[in-house]
Structures are given as C-alpha cells and as structure tokens.
Design a protein around this ligand. Structure first.
Ligand code: ADP
Ligand code: ADP
Ligand code: ZN
Ligand code: ZN
Length: 845
C-alpha cells in the first residue's frame, strides 16, 4: 500500500505535501505525510532521513517563519538556507529538538533549560522563609547571573581564580626568549611582548630563575602598561644602540603583564579556545565567601523546606519531586512554621509548587530524575539534552506545530522507551505533529505512519521506499527496515570468547560511583549496560579512560566541545581509584566517538584517514608536476603555494551573521575547487586534484585500482559502509554516525598489534539496525586481532552478542552506581535484580 503517493485533493486534507525534494542526496522525491500524527522517518545511515525531516521540512518551516517576522532575515535566508524543493503545502510551523553536539548557550543548566530555576526563584522570593528582620528579596536576587544575586567575592562563579609564578612559568630553566612565560600569548603577540622587554632593558636570554625577583615580579604581576618603541628583529645590543641613537622604531608596543593578560582574557575573551588556553595557567579554589554556592549571603539565608536555593538546586529532581509532592498533597509533616504564620505565603507556595511538580513529573517520566537543576548542560549527553527539551515542550501548551526530533531514544535503556513514547503521545494529543528520525524498533512500531528512505546511503539512497502506516512496509521488498521491524526471532548470542587477562580497577569514586571495584576482560568484547544515569559513562568514559590514559602516559585530547564555561563551574573531574593489574597487555587506548572530526571544511575524510598523503604524492610524481618542481605540498590546501588565495584552500568563505551562527558560502574565486589554477593544470590520469576530491570512495577504488597504498585505505572506508561519501566531503558535513565510521576505518587500516583498548560510548546512536550489524562486524575484527573493545550500549542485539556484560544499576543517580550483574550475556539474563536481563532474555531461546 502506498496510499500517500499521487494523492488527490480529497485525501490531501490533513497532509503535508512535499513535491520535488532534492536536498543533499534526495532524488526529486514527492511524499505526503499526515499531520496530527507520530511520523517516524527510517532508513540506513546516510539514506537521507535527516535531509528530508530536517534539511527540507524543518528548514522550510523555519524559513517561512523567519520571513514572516523579519525582512532582514528574509534576505539572508534567501541566499543561504532555501531547501532544494519545488513545493511544500500544508506545513505547520515547526520546532526542532535536534541533538546538538557541541556546547549550547553558555551558562545554561538543567534548571534554566527547563525554566524550573525561574519558578524556584519566584518561590524563594515570594514564599521563602526569611530570617526575622530581613526584607523580602526580588526573584533576581536568587540568580547567580545578576548583580543583585551574584556573590560579590567571586562574581557568581563560585570559585576564585588566581595565578602564581609557578602556574605561569611552569619551567623556570627557560629564558624569556625560550617562552619561559608560558602563559603569555604565542605567535606575534608573544614576540611583541618579548621585544618590549628588550626595550625596557630586561634580560631575555638568561634562564628565568636567574633573573632578579624584582624583575620577575614586575613582568608577571604588574598592572602598568607602558608603551615603548619596539625595534622588531633587532638583537638586544642593536636595540640598545638604536634607543641611544633615537632611531625610528618599527612601531610603538604596549606591555601587558602576564597576570593581567591571563585574567582579562579569561574574563573577556569571546573565544572558548582562548579561554581554555589561559585557564591552564590559573589555579582555582572554592570561593571562601559563598563556598561555591555563587550567591550573596542574604540570598542564601532565605530557606524553603529548610534548604537554601543552592542546596535545593543540587538535589536530584527525583528528590525534588518527592518534596513538592508532599507539599502539594498537603501533608502536615511538610508544613513549616512559616506556613502557619503566613497563610498567604502558603497559598503562593502551593501554586508554584503545583507548577513545579507538574514539570518535574514529565522529566521523571523521561528518565531524567537523576539530574539536578544545577547540572550544566555541557556535561549532559546529547540524548539527555534532547529529552530535557522535549519535557519542556510537553509543558509549553503549544499546539498545531510540528516537532522534528532526532533519535529521541538515544541514551535510553529499553526500560525507559515506554515513557518516551508516552511523552510523544502527549504532545500529539495536544494537537501537534511529530516528525521523528529514529532507529529504535519499538518507536517505529508505535508510529502512526512510517516514511522509509533508501534503499542505500548517499547516491544509493534518497528515494522514498514507503510512506504509510507501519503494517504496509511488510510488502516493500527493497526496504532494509522491513527485515528488522517484522523480525519474529532474534538471533541468539554466539558462544563467548575467553578473556586473555583482566584489567582490575579498584576503589573508583566519581559522580555516583563510590569505591567501586570492576574488572574489564582483555582481548574480548564487553558491553556495559544499565538505565540512563546508572553510571556507565562515569565508569567507562570517564574513570577508565582517565586512569588508563594516565598510566599509559597518553594525553586525552582536549575536548573541543567543552566550553570554557565548564572551567568556571567546577574543578576538573578526576576519578579516585586505581588500576591494580592487567595493564601489561595494553599499549594504547583509542576512543571512537561520534564527535565531529573537525570544525572547519579544512578537514575532510581524505585528510583524516591519511589517504590524501598518498594521493598528493601521486600528483607530485606526474611528469608535468616534476617539470615544474611541484612537491606534494603543492597539492595540499593547507599549504600556501598551491591553494586558492581567496579562501585559503577552504573552498568556502565564512559569512558572519548578526545574531545567528555564521555560515559557509562557496568561494567566489575557485567556486569550491580549493586550489589555484596553476595547481589544477596538473592531471593524474584525466583528473585534477580537485576532481579527485570529488570522487566517491567507491569511484576512487576504481580510479586508483593499481595503487595499493591508496586502495588499502579506500577499501576499509568502503567496508565500513562509507563507499558513498566523497573523498573531499568536509568533516563538518558528516553525520555523527559517519564521523564515527571514518574514525573506525582509520583504526582498521592500521597494522594491528592486538594491544589496543577501544572504548565506545553508545556507538549505535544514529545507526539503522543494518548499520549496527556492520558496525558489529568491524568491532569484532578488532577483537579478532587481539584487541579489547568496551562499549557502553543500549542496543540489545549488540549486548546479546558480546563476550561479557557489565550491568550497572539498579536505578539512576543515587540509586545506581553499583555493578548489578557481570558475566557472559547468557548468565546476566538470569539476574533477578538487573533491568537489562528481561530485555536480554528475548535474544536467547
Ligand atoms: P540520514 O539522516 O539518513 O543518516 P542524511 O540526510 O544525513 O542521512 O544524509 C544523506 C546524504 O546527504 C549523505 O550522503 C550525507 O553524506 C549527505 N549530506 C548530509 N549533510 C550534508 C551537507 N550539509 N552537505 C552535503 N551533503 C550532506
Ligand atoms: P550513564 O552513563 O549510565 O547514563 P552517567 O555515568 O552519565 O550514567 O551518570 C551517573 C550519575 O553521575 C548521574 O547521576 C549523573 O547525573 C552524574 N554525572 C555524570 N556526569 C556528571 C558530570 N559531569 N557532573 C556531575 N554529575 C555527573
Ligand atoms: Zn562566592
Ligand atoms: Zn577559493
């Protein structure tokens, strides 16, 4: 049945009609989708689901909305974000609840995203218990972001930052010329400061520790900012001579002491990267005035249920809910003295408490009860953040809108999926439409309507295979989804492999883990399971990763996504605990995650995998290239000589927009070719370097068929299912699942020594069941080569096929943090306490 196709006027009522959609890989598709329904978009990773749901439907709704509000926005969006589609009729306004990787707005927390913090501030202001004699405070006085509320000592940061000689000059055997003052800026600005010191008569060639204390103190701590003549490129002796002879200086330079530089950059810089850089030269301690609570003393003296607002914000929402429920249900025990004295306050408290309670209920339903209101959003997983936004929407009282969601089941244990479905149904019941991109079979099965996109990925996808009620998909032979959604039998697990050793962890304390012991089997595949918030990531992605990195002397690459705001909020999270044994067998640790592999169009698949190095050498070896003395660097868009000067080899230019995130537009000179015309004259076979970057992996496999080095990399990329991607596909355009597979491919093409620990946090996010099978095969080949693989996972197929399972729980937050069951899956499924056991049993018969 394809009752949507070719629908006439009669059946088009209540439908969103899309005609001629061509965004990304979509093949000029027509599709009719019902409103006021739960519609799930399915298909393999890269098939075009997001291009349809987000790139076309949401983008168009967004564009119409912006057009209606602002002619200025209209101009911008005409140039920039018009989806490739002929027409869309019947489209309501849309709200996207997308999983955002990367830091959302600064200083946001669970409380601010859910607006619960506002309600609490109102509650404290209007119905709090004030010490006698203290005047009532406004709600703003309970906010750390306002002058009325912020602790005056730490300006609402909760920590005091300071710098010392040791923190700014980590190695005092270096001279100033050798960058002893590591805290100072690098590059030109650093050189400028050094030249100024030369003019001022300081010795920049003596080891730092041999300089007089007075000089060292002035350089580091002065607030003076003298402006002096600078003789760039002169030696100290030449500078002295020039000063004596009053020669014309290169320019006038202004000095800034190291402390002043660090503190003002940290306070004022717009760049998270700069903030992060200077933060490493600062020491921080808890603010002695507010003890990290970030509020003024008079605000902290106001209590509700015996707690100040900072204390109440640090409770898990589950605890908060119990508190407010007691209050709303009017149990005498929850009454305070103040209630009796001020009945009008009690009424206000009751009203606000009811509102808070209703909001908390939805959050608890969505399995988020273990979070506290003060928790900062950058420390949440993308799935948690999306569910938080979803819960907030359930309470927004909007109707007649389309919610577009991106895999809301991400991070959810199967035990929590029911609650998610309930929340989605509530939104629908209030008169809304839900467009959901999803891979979780239970969500697909409970949809009113399925839109299956495919059959393959990229070029091989982009068609609508089916659009209609789920049952009708049964007859669509081409659909990959059909195989899983109607599968009667789950495949049983295979017989587990024997570990070749154990990595013993002892006394792990972090987040909700308290003095936990755990053993990770080596040389096999382990799944770590448990409900959301039980402590899986704390144990694996935080504690294990940090401890192993520490012992192997491996640096964990700075997380690009963590905004500097984090640094302001909390001391670095280091796990207490140790590795007792088992490390002998490990030499390397690799995390394969879904984080983007780059932030700019400069990094792409070919560069990331190392494939491009081989290709550039092939170009440099051509006759014409040799006659012009071009080396491999000529064909790099990171090197000046060969690249397009306008866009510096990016192929696009960054357009800064007021109030909106900046966007990339094609380069007006090279039109995306990235190289200068001279470079493009060099051909390998019949293609220039830019045309080679435009080849898909599969096409390149043919093109380079007699180049084994290139073949090897290409083959792995094709094996992990990325044959449809272009070599030069910018890293910024890869989906999370695609980025993950590029990383895996990069690992798979290495020579395997069997000594690597691979750690993956929910690797199946964004993957269709058929992609999951493929991923599983790749991970198995790593284990077959002797490596150890540990995944944090909710996908029961993966768990059932593991060699070993570590199940955490029993609940979330305070109610979790324990290991509930361990062993091969066939054993764990017998556990009485484990919530995972029930779901695992379906895989064994
Ligand atoms: P899905 O959501 O089904 O995983 P997508 O809609 O994200 O698939 O991607 C469909 C195809 O479009 C893929 O080949 C992907 O690489 C490509 N694509 C996605 N985003 C962009 C983009 N911004 N620019 C160019 N191609 C893109
Ligand atoms: P899971 O991975 O099983 O979902 P987590 O390890 O993320 O669970 O969380 C376990 C507990 O630790 C939860 O109560 C969570 O709120 C808390 N937690 C996790 N990460 C942080 C963090 N960065 N800061 C504060 N608390 C955290
Ligand atoms: Zn303070
Ligand atoms: Zn250019």
């Amino acid at each position: 049945r394809t009752d949507s196709a070719g629908s006439g006027a009669a059946s088009s009522a209540g439908m969103v009609r899309v005609r001629g959609a061509r965004e990304h890989n979509l093949k000029n598709v027509d599709v009719d989708i019902p409103r006021d329904a739960l519609v799930v978009f399915t298909g393999v990773s890269g098939s075009g689901k997001s291009s349809l749901a987000f790139g076309t439907l949401y983008a168009e709704a967004q564009r119409r909305y912006l057009e209606s509000v602002s002619p200025y926005a209209r101009r911008l969006f005409h140039q920039l974000a018009v989806p490739e589609v002929d027409s869309i009729d019947g489209l309501p306004p849309a709200v996207a609840l997308q999983q955002q990787r990367g830091s959302p707005t600064t200083r946001s927390s669970v409380g601010s995203v859910t607006t619960l913090s506002n309600l609490l501030r109102m509650l404290y202001s209007r119905a709090g218990d004030y010490p006698s004699g203290q005047a009532m405070l406004y709600a703003e006085s309970f906010s750390t972001n306002t002058a009325e509320g912020a602790c005056p000592e730490c300006h609402g940061l909760g920590r005091i930052y300071e710098v010392t000689e040791k923190s700014m000059v980590p190695n005092d055997s270096l001279t100033i010329r050798e960058r002893a003052v590591a805290a100072w800026p690098t590059a030109w600005q650093g050189q400028n400061l050094r030249d100024i010191l030369v003019t001022l008569g300081y010795n920049v060639d003596k080891p730092w520790r041999e300089l007089p204390k007075e000089d060292r103190d002035w350089i580091l701590f002065t607030d003076e900012q003298p402006t002096v003549p600078v003789y760039a490129g002169f030696t100290p002796a030449e500078t002295r001579d020039a000063l004596r002879r009053k020669l014309e200086p290169s320019y006038q330079g202004t000095f800034t002491g190291a402390r002043r530089y660090v503190l003002s950059t940290f306070a004022n810089s717009q760049s998270a990267m700069m903030k992060r850089r200077v933060a490493q030269f600062m020491l921080s301690t808890e603010c002695p005035a507010c003890h990290g609570k970030r509020l003024r003393p008079e605000s902290l003296r106001v209590k509700f249920a015996g707690l100040d607002i900072a204390e109440i914000s640090s409770l898990p929402m589950k605890r908060l809910e119990a508190m407010f429920r007691a209050r709303v249900e009017d149990r005498p025990s929850s009454k305070t003295k103040a209630d009796a004295l001020h009945p009008e306050k009690a009424i206000v408290a009751q009203r606000i408490a009811q509102d808070i309670l209703a909001r908390l209920k939805v959050l608890l339903d969505l399995g988020l009860g273990y979070l506290s209101l003060e928790r900062s959003t950058p420390t949440l997983s993308p799935g948690e953040l999306q569910r938080l936004r979803l819960a907030t929407q359930v309470h927004s009282n909007l109707f007649g809108v389309v919610y577009v969601l991106d895999e809301p089941s991400a991070g959810l244990h199967p035990a929590d999926t029911d609650a998610l479905l309930k929340a989605l149904h509530r939104l629908k019941q209030s008169g809304n439409t839900l467009f959901v991109v999803e891979h979780e079979l239970d969500v697909m099965r409970s949809a009113d309507w399925l839109v299956d996109v495919g059959p393959g990925a990229g070029e091989k996808g982009g068609r609508i295979l089916y659009s209609g009620p789920p049952e009708g998909l049964r007859d669509v032979a081409e659909s990959q989804t059909r195989r899983y959604i109607f599968a009667e039998e789950h495949s049983a697990g295979r017989s587990p492999r024997e570990p070749r050793g154990w990595l013993q962890l002892h006394g792990i304390s972090l987040n909700n883990l308290e003095h936990l012991d755990a053993a990770i089997p080596l040389g096999v595949f382990t799944s770590v399971t448990g409900v959301s918030g039980s402590g899986k990531s704390s144990l694996i992605s935080q504690a294990l990763v940090n401890l192993v990195a520490d012992r192997l002397g491996q640096k964990i690459e700075a997380d690009e996504d963590d905004g500097a705001e984090d640094l302001e909020r909390s001391a670095p999270l280091t796990a207490a605990g140790e590795i007792v044994s088992g490390l002998e067998g490990l030499r390397r640790m690799v995390r394969v995650d879904q984080k983007p592999i780059g932030r700019t169009p400069r990094s792409n698949m070919a560069t990331y995998t190392g494939l491009f190095d081989h290709v550039r050498r092939l170009f440099a070896a051509t006759k014409l290239a040799r006659s012009r003395h071009y080396d491999a660097g000529q064909f790099s868009f990171n090197v000046v000589k060969g690249r397009c000067p306008t866009c510096s080899g990016e192929g696009s230019v960054c357009v800064e927009l007021l109030f909106l995130p900046s966007v990339y537009a094609p380069c007006p000179t090279c039109h995306g070719a990235r190289f200068n015309p001279k470079t493009l004259e060099i051909k390998y076979r019949d293609k220039d370097i830019s045309q080679v970057l435009a080849l898909t992996v599969d096409a390149a496999l043919e093109f380079f068929s007699d180049e084994p080095a290139v073949q090897r990399s290409l083959k792995v990329l094709s094996d992990v299912g990325l044959g449809y991607l272009k070599l030069g596909q910018s890293a910024t355009e890869l989906s999370g699942g695609e980025a993950q597979r590029v990383k895996l491919a990069t690992e798979l093409q290495r020579t395997q020594h069997g000594d690597t620990l691979y750690i993956l946090d929910e690797p199946t996010t964004g993957l269709h069941p058929s992609d999951v099978e493929r991923l599983q095969a790749q991970l198995d080949s790593l284990v077959a080569a002797g490596n150890t693989v540990v995944v944090v996972e909710h996908d029961m197929q993966i768990v059932a096929d593991s060699d070993w399972v570590i199940d955490m729980g029993p609940g979330a937050g305070d109610e979790g943090g324990e290991i509930i069951a361990v062993g091969p899956p066939a054993e764990v499924m017998r556990s009485k306490r484990s919530k995972t056991a029930h779901y695992l049993r379906q895989y064994f018969h």
